[in-house]
Design a binder for this molecule. Sequence first.
Ligand SMILES: [Zn+2]
Length: 476
Amino acid sequence: MPKFQTLAGLGLAACLAGPALAQSPPAVQIQAQSVLQDWRCGTPPFDPYRFATAAMAPSDCGYSSTTIKGDYDPGETLVIPVVVHVLQTSGGTGYVSPALVQSQIDILNEDFQALPGTPGQPGTNGKIQFELATVDPSGNATTGITYSNNTTWYNDGGSYWNTLAWDTNRYLNIYTNSAGGYLGYVPDLPQGGIVGTTSDRVVIYWASFGRNSAYGPPYDQGRTTTHEVGHYLGLYHTFEGGCGSGYTSGDRIADTASESSPTFGCPGTKSSCGSADPVHNYMDYSDDTCMWEFTPEQINRMRCTIYNYRPNLYTVGGTGPSGPGTAFCAGDGSGTGCPCNNQGAAGHGCQNSTGAGAQLTASGTASIGAGDLVLHGSDLVSGQSGLYFQGDNQISGGNGAVFGDGLRCTGLNTVRLQIRMASASGTSNTTVNVAAAGGVSAGQTKRYQLWYRDPAFSPCLSGFNLSNGYEVTWLP
Ligand SMILES: [Zn+2]
């Protein structure tokens, strides 16, 4: 692919013209870093002149600093729906098969979850999961892949995102095309305010998309997409700011060693800032087969970014096909059943002061032996307590009975599990201790629900509400 070698100048121009710098002083301010980035990745570097304009609400993972907190350590699995838009020339150049698209989704999961037995195993399990969307923005079933034949769009022109983007608050939009001469890029980090605009996206050179892709070595194992999704979730390059270190310079992460410049190839040893360079980090420029880790602090910053900058993007794991149980007594948004005619969003309990209504899901397995079933409440009321409980039956056939502002759907032989406070992001979780819950036997089905405080919900003012129900059939 020699054409890339000649595109450094074009890449620089594209970078300088990018929307990320619209509010910055003229382009001279970012010189050297952009030249370094070359054709490998077109994501804009940190720009000190954006301190004033790009600073959104203060957070633990802002544009210019990171604050590591335990709240952002991997707990609940965050599931992100993905739509892949394949942009081909009118002659069909740029075709990416559905199987190749799925292989790329698989690679994201291998890398963001350090799945055992895969090339991503040596990394850190961030409990971030990617799934091709199964429902489109209109509520219709979808493969999560769109195809367009448009040579202008293939050449990364024509503002295709204004036509094609699916609600960027709710979907990760990935486009494959020429990527403007880069292997990939994002227009900006989410901390810059791009979230929710149609231009919020990840763009990948089609020939480097998926496993054993057409580019061939060394950029054919899908790690370009892993790298760009890292940017999409708020990460800088490991070489950002050269030898800068700590949480307010360099890549704003302390457990990635600093390096003065990108790494290419796969050097056995390389030390540019007095310590071993992070050549195996996904946010470097090493060969695909040479990169295999996000560090724990990079995971922390990404999860912080999801909670604070992309709060509508994820669902908590367990609702997908791999979940250990099924939801019931869950709203469909049609407005029936709940008191005050206020049924919550699809899959949630009755509406509450967060708007959506609480959602109860689960992750882990239904194995009694493993003991790893975790119930997750989301869209709860921040700082309010809630009680997880278990019962044997679905009340009224799973439709529930009015109780406070919500519906009680779980009954018979009720057992209290644990009381949990909802976090600032309105989530809580509890691991089900089956012994403490009175014991269960293999083949037995139990129902779970979350009863929580919501003193400010004005239509009813009962002071409490309930999530949807969640049903698990236990296994040995
Ligand atoms: Zn990059």
